[in-house]
Design a binder for this molecule. Structure first.
Ligand SMILES: [Zn+2]
Length: 223
């Protein structure tokens, strides 16, 4: 799957950015409930406003969305949400349902593309990767995401401002983040839930970081 993604998309040629994204990803993985797989974090050089998890532990961020993000906590919010989809096996379950267990596994965990069944499945799998998740999967990923970002030391207010930003971008017709648009009722709901999380945990989150300065330095490299 990752091979197919990287054949059609251009990986950003900047090791500093690739290492930075990997550091944040690994920091969140280290507090997650699923550390038994190898995660790979990559920046794709494209103006699309998107980030997504491909089955097998591959998580991609487009430079388009990185340019909209304002601090490390916002990046961590999107990252923790994507890692939560992997932890909860949302992608692989969806693929198994559509393709059958055997083909789904061949597709995700390595195939050299020799089998016809796998070749056919690659097309279906790619479609599913971009098709968006169910509402309950999204809600679950938001909930775990908030929890993980806090455990990793990021202020959960980053999730509130990030979701608000995505809602605004959706209103402009630009948002493609996991196929979410602002007209989707869940967009307002997820903002409300993230705000409630911040309020409920007010006593313990005061010292968590936003990482604004570091992120602005990194963002300057994307120009
Ligand atoms: Zn999602």
């Amino acid at each position: 799957m990752a091979t197919q993604v990287e054949q059609t998309e251009k990986v950003l040629d900047d090791p500093v950015w690739q290492n930075y994204l990997n550091d944040i990803g690994q920091r969140i993985v280290s507090v997650s409930d699923r550390k038994d797989i190898n995660y790979h974090f990559k920046v794709i050089d494209s103006d699309q406003l998107n980030a997504f998890a491909a089955p097998g532990g591959y998580i991609y961020f487009y430079t388009g969305i990185l340019k909209e993000i304002g601090n490390e906590a916002e990046l961590a919010a999107v990252m923790a949400h994507e890692i939560s989809h992997v932890v909860s096996r949302h992608g692989i379950k969806r693929m198994q349902a559509a393709l059958g267990v055997q083909v789904a596994y061949a597709l995700v965990f390595g195939s050299d593309g020799t089998s016809d069944a796998v070749n056919t499945a690659i097309g279906v799998g790619m479609g599913l990767t971009f098709a968006g998740y169910s509402r309950s999967n999204e809600r679950e990923a938001d909930m775990f995401g908030l929890h993980y970002m806090v455990l990793a030391g990021y202020h959960p207010r980053g999730a509130v401002t990030m979701f608000q930003k995505l809602a605004e971008l959706g209103g402009s017709g630009l948002s493609s983040y996991e196929q979410l648009v602002s007209s989707h009722p869940d967009t307002q709901e997820r903002i409300t839930r993230a705000k409630a999380y911040v309020t409920e945990n007010r006593a313990t989150i005061g010292k968590l970081s936003f990482g604004s300065k570091k992120y602005q330095q990194m963002k300057a490299r994307l120009k």
